[in-house]
Ligand binder design. Structure first.
Ligand code: CP
Length: 315
């Protein structure tokens, strides 16, 4: 990597604190790392002597593996912490847990936590670089960055492009981060789903709202489809998954009747047959596995741009 580029922020707590230049810098850095990831030797020494802990207080497949792989490709030392096998179960607080880990000379913390604001709290209370890997229903910044990066790879400049975010907006951290990121990049954003799963405050962000999935597919260049988050639903927001799939699920005939191309995205994990049928997931419209691939390069870029400069390998 050349030069000494930095983000405007010391941590990645969400998309909200970032500006458009930060996003451009993350994307241009990720492009260089993506090129590295396609070489036979996929490793660079950039974070040699930097130690990163991955703290996951919630389940994850993609984000956890993607961060770990990104850290290893950058030659960082990596510690994985799983809350279920830790002394958190004996009553230790989040701050005490993290301060104990940091006293072992750890430099950066990647954290997923069920509480909105947990990453922000950590950034104010401990001395380490904090990267939010998803905090409850609040933000999932690296997901939004890899989503927008994947869209741009296919469509070029996103200014004026129409992106629909379809599904469970109410319980989704991906929705808020996507709306903020896409608007910084100049895209038009619309959310679509049952009225009970669209929060009333969404209009204040400048996103359009629709309850008609067929009309939304006709409008959109991209449909980023979100999972129904049953684990966060303490009320019944719709009668049954079968009924949700009937009114808001996307199937192949719905795409076949469109008169222009559309990209289908999903952050995963997918409920096949609920928000998307299998023939949509596996169709030529879908760039879902591109999103996962790009996640590693985006997370390498974020780690690289936020790592403590005085500790980094100069190469
Ligand atoms: N997209 C996403 O956050 O997936 P995981 O929950 O598997 O990390």
């Amino acid at each position: 990597m050349s030069g000494n580029p930095r983000l405007s922020q010391a941590h990645l707590l969400g998309i909200r604190p970032l500006n458009a230049s930060d996003i451009e810098l993350i994307f241009s850095t990720a492009e260089q790392f993506k090129e590295v990831l396609n070489r036979p030797i996929k490793k660079v020494p950039s974070l040699r002597d930097i130690t990163v802990v991955n703290l996951f207080f919630e389940n994850s497949t993609r984000t956890r593996i993607s961060f770990e792989l990104a850290e290893k490709r950058l030659s960082a030392d990596v510690i994985n912490f799983s809350a279920s096998a830790s002394s958190v179960n004996k009553g230790e607080t989040l701050i005490d847990t993290v301060n104990n880990i940091l006293s072992m000379k750890v430099d950066m913390v990647v954290m997923r936590h069920p509480a909105p604001g947990a990453a922000d709290l950590l950034a104010r209370k401990v001395r380490a670089t904090i990267i939010n890997a998803g905090d409850g229903t609040h933000e999932h910044p690296t997901q939004a960055l890899l989503d927008a990066f994947s869209m741009r790879e296919r469509l070029g400049d996103l200014r004026g492009r129409k992106v629909a975010i379809i599904g469970d907006i109410l319980h989704s951290r991906v929705a808020l981060s996507n709306i903020l990121c896409l608007q910084l990049l100049g895209a038009q954003v619309r959310v679509c789903g049952p009225p009970t799963l669209i929060p009333k405050w969404i209009g204040a962000l400048g996103a359009e709202v629709s309850y008609d999935v067929r009309e939304t597919l006709r409008w959109a260049d991209v449909a980023n489809v979100l999972r129904i988050q049953m684990e966060r639903q303490d009320l019944r927001y719709f009668p049954s998954l079968r009924e949700y799939a009937m009114y808001f699920g996307i199937n192949k005939p719905m795409l076949d009747e469109l008169d222009r191309p559309i990209l289908i995205m999903h952050p995963g994990p997918i409920n096949r047959g609920v928000e998307l049928t299998s023939d949509v997931v596996d169709s030529g419209h879908s760039i879902i596995l591109d999103q996962v691939e790009n996640g590693v390069a985006i997370r390498m870029a974020v780690l690289y741009l936020l790592a403590p400069r005085d500790r980094m390998n100069p190469s």
